[in-house]
Design a protein around this ligand. Sequence first.
Ligand SMILES: Cc1cc2nc3c(=O)[nH]c(=O)nc-3n(C[C@H](O)[C@H](O)[C@H](O)COP(=O)(O)O)c2cc1C
Length: 394
Amino acid sequence: MTVREIRQGIYSVGVIDWDRQVFDELLPLPEGTTYSSYLVKGSEKTALVDAVDAEFEEEFITNLARSGVDGIDYIIVNHTEQDHSGALMVFLELFPGVKIITSARGADLLEVLHQIPKFRIQVVEDGDTLSLGDKTLEFMITPWVHWPDTMMTYVREDKVLFSCDLFGAHYACSDLFVAEKCRHTLLAKRYFAEIMMPFRPKVTEYIERLSGYEISVIAPSHGPCYDDPAYILDLYTEWCTGDLKNKVIIPYISMHGSTKKMVMYLTEALIRRNIGVRPYDVGRADTGQLAMDLVDAATIIIATPTVLTGPHPKIANIAFIANMLKPRAKFAGIIGSYGWGGKTLKDLANIMNKLEAEMFEPVYIKGLPSEEVYKSLEDLADEILKKHKDEKIV
Ligand SMILES: Cc1cc2nc3c(=O)[nH]c(=O)nc-3n(C[C@H](O)[C@H](O)[C@H](O)COP(=O)(O)O)c2cc1C
């Protein structure tokens, strides 16, 4: 990627991964991603803030050469995950005198993940500063957004915050600063849903803390920078603590059509009651899209047939992911069809043990849905409407 100046003496030197399709062998990346890295040139010392994925080591070195830097004194590791630390090792070889700056948990993980000896690392505490001459770096120890090692780095004189994974977005794009807000909002929400949603209390705490700082630029480690920080801070506040939406998400699977008939009936019944609804056939759905809808849906209804005594494995997988992501949904339910018997309801309850949602009475029936079953689905839709009204989201 071309080296670009964000503020005087502060450069973006990361790389664009145009073609990556999956992250953590789990998250679909329909639009690729970026690994951002930043160079801060002070009057006396130079620091590199985070590195890039090991796959892009060569391009990264080229970027640094093009930036005209003749030496690096410090590498700030805000987070040790390999997509930011993979290309770090080569710098330890290129610049034998370079000092790594990270949190105590970061130092432990660098040793574990890359076998970097502790003597090459300088551990910083919350609020510590490092002078580069005319620029001062201040470190904020902010664990669990989303690993235990996470910290952020703030350049006092320029009011630039290097937020690492917090406020990021996975998409390959050449914009240095967010240029298309509509598109960015969707992709940042997808990223929030997939990565930050389980850590909502911490995210809320850190946003509160950041309100005490004057910030002119937020420079995350994925996606473009923000020269309007309030835009992303407001979105995150909304996603963490804003009102839930009058919306029902129905992840479903159906082998022979019985469960699907129930899902489609419930979908219609909810639309008739002016409740937003999105059924997702999880055999085809993009998990990231579903995760995005989980950010603010008030209700989740899981729909599955019974297969070899339990939920269909594709639904079990989605229920497992939803449980990991800990969405805020206040209400949940299970509908579906079985042939002779099993323990689907019990298995799903076990899988979704972290969800704090109030459960509706299941509509779990034998074979094809009858008129009586459709009546039960009407009752379920009424119950959902009542609960949403009680929550004052209708
Ligand atoms: C491979 C397979 C395994 C099944 N295992 C069970 C089972 O263990 N218990 C049960 O009650 N029904 C079982 N069934 C029957 C289905 O749950 C039942 O036919 C249901 O109505 C299918 O719903 P669907 O049309 O939405 O796929 C099984 C069906 C298939 C195809």
